[in-house]
Design a protein. Structure first.
Ligand code: SF4
Length: 338
C-alpha cells in the first residue's frame, strides 16, 4: 500500500498518525510488527510478505532467491554485487506469457501477475538479507526477472512509487529500470506516468524477420513501430533508453547484424547492453565466442555506448534468461547475513 491507501484503510476509527507509524515500520525501518495494525484491519488485508523457499549462491557471489508467495507459487529474485554497485533483479509475474526463444522463463507460460506488495516485498527481503541502504547511490533495481513488466503495468508503477517514496524506502527514481519485450501501447502508457522506471527494450535482432523468429511477439508489435515509439518516448534530463541484445552464436551476432543495429538506433538517445546467451536446458541456441562478442561491441561502439553484460550466476541459473523454477540438488545452506 501507498501511504494514502494505508491512511484510508485506517480511517475513520484510527488516526493518520497510526497509519504513518505502520508505514514507517514496514518501509523505512523494515522491522514490521503486525501487532501495530489494529485487529479488524489486520484481518481484512493480506501482506505482500514473501518467504524465502530456497537460496543459491554462485561462485561469483550472485545470490538467487526462490521466494514463496502466499498462494504457494514461487518467483525468483537475484542479488548481484560488483565493486560498489549492488543490483537487485526482481520478477513482476509468475512465469511469463511472452515466448522469447532464448529464455527459460518462457517455458513456464504465465501463472499470474504479482501484486505491488509482492514486487516491493522482493526488494525488502534482499535489502534485509544483505543490509542494503536504499538511499545510497550504489543500489539499483532492475525489473528483468520473471515476467513482462508492462503486462502488469499498474502494479509495477505502484511498486515504483512505493520504492521511491522518501518517507519510506527512499530509492532514487533513476536507479529503477524495467525491461520490456516491446509492447507498444504499454510503452505509450508508461510514457504518461509521472513517476516511472527507466525504459530498457529487449531488442535481440537486427531485422524484422529475425526478431519475429527469436521473439514471436514482434508479429504483433513490429520492430519499426517499436523504434518509432521509442523515438517519441519523453526522456528526463540525462536519461537514455537501454537496448538489450542477447547474442545468439551464428544467429544474430555477425558484423552485418551489428551494422544493422547501429542503423536501426540512429537518432535515439540510447545505450546498448550486449548479453552473450546464457545457456539452459531446452534452449536451442549457442553462446557466441568471446571474439565475436568483442567484434560486435566494437562496431556498436562507433555509434553508441555499448557494454557487454558479464554473465552472473550462470552456475545457479540466475543469469539473464535463465530464471525458471530450476531446483538444484544442493541449495546453499542459509546464512544469517549473506
Ligand atoms: S525474456 Fe523476458 S519477456 Fe521474454 S519470455 Fe523471458 S521473461 Fe518473458
Amino acid at each position: 500500500m501507498e501511504l494514502a491507501d494505508l491512511e484510508a484503510a485506517f480511517a475513520p476509527n484510527h488516526s493518520k498518525f497510526h497509519a504513518r507509524r505502520v508505514y514507517d515500520s514496514v518501509y523505512a525501518q523494515r522491522s514490521f510488527d503486525p501487532t501495530l495494525i489494529p485487529e479488524p484491519i489486520r484481518d481484512q488485508y493480506k501482506t505482500g510478505a514473501l518467504t524465502e523457499a530456497e537460496k543459491y549462491v554462485s561462485a561469483d557471489g550472485t545470490v538467487r532467491y526462490l521466494m514463496q508467495l502466499h498462494d504457494g507459487k514461487t518467483v525468483e529474485t537475484v542479488f548481484m554485487t560488483e565493486g560498489s554497485r549492488d543490483t537487485i533483479c526482481i520478477s513482476s509475474q509468475v512465469g511469463c506469457p511472452v515466448d522469447c526463444k532464448f529464455c527459460l522463463t518462457a517455458l513456464m507460460g504465465l501463472e499470474r501477475n504479482l501484486t505491488a506488495g509482492e514486487i516491493v516485498g522482493q526488494v525488502l527481503h534482499v535489502m534485509q538479507r544483505h543490509n542494503l541502504a536504499p538511499k545510497s547511490r550504489t543500489m539499483n533495481i532492475v525489473m528483468m526477472g520473471q515476467g513482462e513488466p508492462l503486462m502488469n503495468l499498474d502494479n509495477v508503477l505502484k511498486a515504483t512509487r512505493i520504492l521511491i517514496d522518501q518517507r519510506g524506502i527512499g530509492m532514487g527514481e533513476r536507479r529503477i529500470c524495467l525491461s520490456t519485450s516491446g509492447l507498444i501501447p504499454k510503452i505509450e502508457e508508461l510514457a504518461q506516468a509521472t513517476i516511472r522506471p527507466r525504459l530498457a527494450i529487449s531488442l535481440n535482432a537486427s531485422s524484422e524477420e529475425q526478431r519475429q523468429e527469436i521473439m514471436p511477439i514482434t508479429k504483433k508489435w513490429h520492430l519499426a513501430d517499436l523504434l518509432e515509439t521509442c523515438r517519441k518516448f519523453p526522456l528526463k534530463p540525462k536519461e537514455h533508453i537501454f537496448f538489450e541484445y542477447v547474442l545468439l552464436g551464428g544467429v544474430n551476432d555477425s558484423d552485418a547484424d551489428a551494422e544493422r543495429v547501429v542503423a536501426l538506433l540512429q537518432g535515439l538517445s540510447c545505450k546498448v547492453n550486449l548479453i552473450p546467451l546464457n545457456p539452459g536446458p531446452g534452449i536451442p541456441y549457442q553462446t557466441p565466442t568471446d571474439e565475436r562478442v568483442d567484434r560486435f561491441q566494437r562496431i556498436i561502439m562507433k555509434a553508441f555506448h555499448c557494454y557487454v553484460r558479464k554473465p552472473r550466476g550462470r552456475d545457479i541459473y540466475a543469469a539473464c534468461g535463465q530464471l525458471k523454477l530450476v531446483q538444484l540438488s544442493s541449495p546453499t545452506a542459509l546464512s544469517p547475513t549473506a
